[in-house]
Every structure is written in structure tokens, then in C-alpha cells.
Design a protein around this ligand. Structure first.
Ligand code: NAD
Length: 234
């Protein structure tokens, strides 16, 4: 059995990915700010390298070396750029981009040793379209896509694939809060009307894409940005 680490695995998309990889036969450890009580769930802020390393030490002791990493931990931010405080810019970049950096750098020694690994980064369809009042978030997620492509080239020769899944509108606590706060530029129902498949995405839609990308049979898929958005971005 392979050991997978899912960051942000206590809620929404990350939780669905953790459930799916477990159902597919992986040992799954979750790394989250608010991890819950599950046996293999660990509290860590992905933007804090010491906390990430400490959690990984516990995970390796429980489940052995990590061969799959899915970076789903993330947070959004909304602010007019002209008034965006640098501290807020940094907070969003720190979790969404630097957190991805820390978790990848802390887990790849195991994958390099094994000569096999899978990394999937959950970015955002907003990196494709841009999004007003979310410049920091979109900048971070765009950088995650760039990081993905570069690492795919760098780590591919060592048997490690690196891909990204940018979700469209997915029904999670993050999306519901954005709707409640009037940050979506319309209601979820209005967005559904602009989505070719005429429904909001489910966390399981993202989990299915991740399940494929971390599988043995996806070994020739590397450096790809696999949009899962109902056809809104092509
Ligand atoms: P969510 O809020 O339901 O879950 C996010 C999880 O990340 C939470 O469990 C939270 O505790 C954890 N987290 C946040 N900051 C963390 C930190 N510093 N360290 C560790 N864990 C942390 O959100 P979601 O909608 O499931 O989002 C998951 C990912 O998908 C995020 O990266 C988000 O940017 C991305 N995304 C979501 C949507 C959407 O429509 N829901 C669209 C595009 C991208």
C-alpha cells in the first residue's frame, strides 16, 4: 500500500480526495490546520516548515515513506488591489504558494529514494481567467501552476510526476462562505447557468481527477494542468 499525504484534507475538496485515495487502497494521512480526530490526521500550518516537518516525522513513523502528495490546503482572500495590505498579500501567498513549496520539498526525499512519486497541486480556474479583487489568490495559484510545470521537468527523470488540478466552482464550505459574503460576483445558481454542464462541481469531481493522476497508469501524464470546471474554461 502506498502512503499518501493530503493537505487541507479535513474539509471540502481535500477531504473528498483523502476519502477517494483511501477507497482506492492508499494509506492516507491528512495534514490540516483543524485536522479532526482521525488516526492519521495531523495538525500543521502548511506555511510553517517546522510544523510540516514535525507532522511528516509522525506520519512516516505511522505509515512509512510518503509516495503521494496532494496539496489541497488553501484559503481565499478578497480585496481591491489598491487597498490590499502587503500583510494580507503575504498571508494568501504564504498558505497557497509557500505552503505548497514546503510540503513538496519536505516529502520529495522519500519519493527520490523510492524512484517513484506523484504530486498533485490543487490550483484554481481563476489562474486561467483572472478574478477581480482576488489578485493575491490568483497570483499564488498561477505560481502554483508554474511551479508544477517546472518541477515536472526537474523531477520526471527521477520517476516523480507533478500535475495540477485547477477546480472551477466546487460546492465546499469555502464556496458557500464566498457566496454568503457576496464575493462570488453572483449566486452559485447564476454561475451554474454560465457553466456548460449546468451544475456546480462536487468535491468528488476533483477527487476523481486526482485519483487518476496519482495512479500507476498515469505515469506518462506529467506537467499537466487538468482543469475540472464543467467546461467554463477550455
Ligand atoms: P475548504 O475551506 O473547505 O478547505 C480548505 C482546508 O484547508 C480546510 O480544512 C483548512 O483548515 C485547510 N487549511 C487552510 N489553511 C491551511 C494552512 N495554513 N495549513 C493547513 N491547512 C490549511 O476549501 P475547499 O473549497 O475545499 O478548497 C480546497 C482547495 O481548492 C484550496 O486550495 C482552494 O483554493 C482550491 N479551490 C477551491 C475552489 C472551490 O470552488 N471550492 C475553486 C478553486 C480552487
Amino acid at each position: 500500500m502506498k502512503t499518501a499525504v493530503v493537505t487541507g484534507g479535513a474539509s471540502g475538496i481535500g477531504r473528498a480526495i483523502a476519502d477517494r485515495l483511501r477507497a482506492d487502497g492508499c494509506h492516507v494521512a491528512v495534514l490540516d490546520l483543524n485536522p479532526g480526530d482521525d488516526d492519521f490526521s495531523h495538525a500543521a500550518d502548511v506555511s510553517d516548515r517546522d510544523q510540516v516537518e514535525a507532522a511528516l516525522t509522525r506520519i512516516r513513523a505511522q505509515l512509512g515513506p510518503v509516495s503521494i502528495l496532494v496539496n489541497a490546503a488553501g484559503l481565499e482572500g478578497y480585496a481591491r488591489f489598491k487597498k490590499l495590505p502587503f500583510e494580507e498579500w503575504n498571508r494568501v501567498i504564504n498558505v497557497n504558494l509557500n505552503g505548497t513549496f514546503h510540503c513538496i520539498q519536505a516529502t520529495i526525499p522519500d519519493m527520490l529514494e523510492a524512484g517513484w512519486g506523484r504530486i498533485v497541486n490543487i490550483s484554481s480556474s481563476s489562474a486561467h481567467s483572472g478574478q477581480p479583487f482576488m489578485s493575491h489568490y490568483v497570483a499564488a495559484k498561477s505560481a502554483v501552476n508554474g511551479l508544477t510545470k517546472s518541477l515536472a521537468l526537474e523531477l520526471g527523470p527521477s520517476g516523480i510526476t507533478v500535475n495540477a488540478v485547477p477546480p472551477g466552482f466546487i460546492d465546499t464550505p469555502m464556496l458557500r462562505k464566498a457566496e454568503a459574503d457576496n464575493k462570488l460576483g453572483g449566486t452559485i445558481d447564476e454561475h451554474i447557468q454560465r457553466t456548460p454542464v449546468r451544475r456546480v462541481g462536487r468535491p468528488e469531481d476533483i477527487a476523481a481527477a486526482c485519483a487518476f493522476l496519482v495512479s500507476e497508469e498515469a505515469g506518462y501524464v506529467n506537467g499537466q494542468i487538468l482543469g475540472v470546471n464543467g467546461g467554463r474554461n477550455t
